[in-house]
Design a protein around this ligand. Structure first.
Ligand code: SAH
Length: 509
């Protein structure tokens, strides 16, 4: 503990993690996790949320089931007191909203009793998330101007039940049951016995907001059978009332093209983040694993000399977004700008690279129709005579020799100047190994040979080949590399970009 924090009091954030999907936590919740020395996390809270945590934060998982014979609430309270030492920030992370069936009362009472300061950060509760992610409108002025959140746990405790079943049966609105799956038949019976019509619509949403979200819809009298037949179980939300008779066309989430697919991305950290955002937009669930770290080589004597003679080149060729970024960072650092290109023509290997050049004010003079080095060279040669033309390649040190080889065959004078390289990122492969071997990942994607090589130094080709996961590659160069490593490649994108890769996966789903 630092000297500064010694005198400080502990502080506890009771944070609602939201229903599951990691980016459905609030900004305040994520900030609290980022500030925490210790995170006491419910199983119901998505472990992916820990990506917001500091690397040195202590993580204390507590089981989801709290009750007699398992983990007791007392045990959680004890952990809370033990971890909330002076000067420490503790996050108590709970699924959904902490104050909706979250036993917040007990934990807050303990904090109050010990004079520990706290803040409650609300979360999106499961009922609200399940409605949104199933296209079920929980209140609608035409059919439901009220809504009730009910625990389904008490249905069996007939004697002490605090639930007024008659009032619920008469309730002219939407009934939403939490924890209702083990008593679903009982819940339906009691409502029907108390006068709710058996054909009242009911919907059960399992694992709302997760890639594995599932829905069953049936009349109330049949909903339990339907769930059993479709093997729909907890965690699930039960919606009863006209709202449950939802229009399938509003089920935007499950209708997305990559819905239900978990896709591994294996680039560097910023590349993975951009790729993951595209997967999420298409309804898939990304798993990010950084294989490489980009390291600029722009302080090399070779690069600095190249830049001094920049105006002598007829063509300057960029083969990746990373190359463009690295080059302009170095150019600007030297107090220069796009005018350095003067009369040189510029080629980009693909549409993304060209778009990134445009961000810096350079319009590519040439982009091949197929985004590989070999095609770029062949198409450039077909377009003009390159004999004795001076061509500068600004690319990764690890790039293949296809592009310079073909250009040199056409008698061009080629300077192949590495401006960055990819070092291993050394991420821990153990959690990923488990996800692959247990079949939780549907697709492994590779966007460059360097990330493929480094990935398969950490996880063996045999592990992947023996798993259910399919392998998708961005283009033929990456595919050759993968096959050379002994990996079975299931798909090579026709357009060699990240979007092209996702189009291809979508087509194969
Ligand atoms: N505090 C939580 C509820 C905890 S009680 C909240 O506000 O959401 C646990 C119950 O929440 C489960 O039995 C289930 O009914 C519901 N639940 C939690 N997450 C869910 C999810 N992703 N999909 C469906 N139901 C969920």
């Amino acid at each position: 503990m630092s000297a500064e924090s010694k005198n400080k009091k502990p502080f506890v954030y009771l944070v609602g993690a939201g229903p599951g999907r990691a980016d459905l936590i609030t900004v305040r919740g994520a900030n609290a996790i980022a500030a925490a020395d210790c995170i006491i996390a419910d199983k119901l809270a998505n472990p992916a949320l820990l990506k917001f945590a500091r690397p040195d934060a202590e993580i204390v998982p507590v089981p989801k089931r709290i009750g007699p014979g398992s983990f007791t609430q007392d045990a959680v309270n004890r952990i809370l007191l033990e971890k909330a030492a002076p000067g420490r920030i503790v996050v108590r992370l709970k699924g959904g909203d902490p104050c909706i069936f979250g036993r917040a009362g007990e934990e807050l009472a303990v904090l109050k009793e010990h004079g520990i300061e706290f803040e409650i950060v609300p979360g999106i509760t499961a009922a609200v998330a399940a409605g949104a992610y199933a296209g079920i409108i929980l209140t609608d002025r035409d059919y439901a101007s009220q809504i009730a959140f009910i625990t389904g746990h008490e249905a069996e405790e007939k004697e002490q039940s605090a639930i007024n079943w008659k009032a619920l049966a008469d309730f002219a609105g939407t009934l939403v049951f939490y924890m209702g799956m083990s008593n679903l038949a009982e819940i339906a019976d009691r409502l029907i016995q108390n006068g709710l019509t058996p054909d009242t619509p009911a919907a059960v949403i399992q694992s709302a907001t997760f890639p594995g979200q599932r829905i069953a819809m049936a009349p109330l009298s049949d909903i339990d059978n339907r769930c059993k037949a479709e093997k729909i179980g907890p965690p699930a939300i039960v919606v009863i009332g006209r709202a449950a008779d939802a229009d399938n066309a509003l089920n935007w989430f499950m209708r997305k093209p990559l819905f239900g697919k978990t896709i591994l991305v294996t680039r560097d950290v910023p590349g993975n983040a951009a790729f993951a955002a595209k997967i999420i937009r298409r309804g898939g669930s990304p798993v990010e694993f950084a294989t490489i770290k980009i390291r600029p080589l722009t302080d090399s004597a070779e690069f600095i000399k190249t830049l001094a003679q920049f105006s002598k080149y007829h063509w300057i060729i960029f083969t990746s977004v990373n190359g463009v970024t690295t080059f302009f960072d170095a150019l600007y650092a030297l107090g220069k700008d796009a005018r350095a290109f003067a009369s040189a023509k510029v080629a980009a290997i693909g549409s993304r690279t060209a778009a990134h050049l445009a961000d810096f004010g350079i319009k590519a003079d040439f982009v091949p129709t197929v985004f590989t080095g070999r095609q770029l060279a062949a198409q450039l040669i077909a377009r003009e005579n390159l004999q004795d033309k001076r061509i500068l390649l600004l690319r990764s040190r690890l790039a293949s020799s296809d592009l310079p080889d073909v250009l040199r065959e056409a008698a061009a004078e080629v300077a192949d100047v590495p401006i960055y390289t990819a070092d291993p990122a050394n991420a821990d492969p153990a959690p990923l190994f488990e996800q692959i071997t247990t079949g939780r990942i549907n697709w492994l994607t590779f966007a460059s040979p360097s990330s493929a090589r480094i990935f398969f130094e950490q996880i063996s080709p045999e592990t992947v080949n023996a798993s259910k996961a399919l392998v998708a590659s961005v283009g033929p160069v990456t595919t050759d590399c993968l096959e050379g490593l002994g990996v079975r490649v299931d798909l090579t994108a026709a357009e060699h970009t990240i979007d092209g890769l996702l189009d291809a996966i979508e087509g194969a789903c």
